[in-house]
Design a binder for this molecule. Sequence first.
Ligand SMILES: [Zn+2]
Length: 124
Amino acid sequence: MNKQQLKEFKEALMRERAKFAGEIRAIAKEASKNPRDASGDLSAYTVHLADMSSDTYERELSANIASSEQQVLYQIDEALKRLEEGAYGTCQQCDKVISMSRLKAVPYTSLCIECQRATEQKKR
Ligand SMILES: [Zn+2]
């Protein structure tokens, strides 16, 4: 991968990072609108979860979204680190070069398509 390509991937990663960080903030803001949650009292929150009202469901859903976005954010940070170290674009599992089209679709991926598929199969 040449310098120009690395630069472009870095920019793509920074854009993704800003996007996900913004979404997490928006979700957190949405969740904090509910005054019941403002105290940060965990036991009250647990009781609240138990009654499974639609409001609870929605808030739980946004918590799930926030945590999966948090994970993507972590992956983006890891990808940026690899980019700095010169290891970007190499599969973390088998050391093969990750295809350009895959990196363009998911710039923060750390696995080649074969390893990604193998990981997903293991999960099932
Ligand atoms: Zn691989």
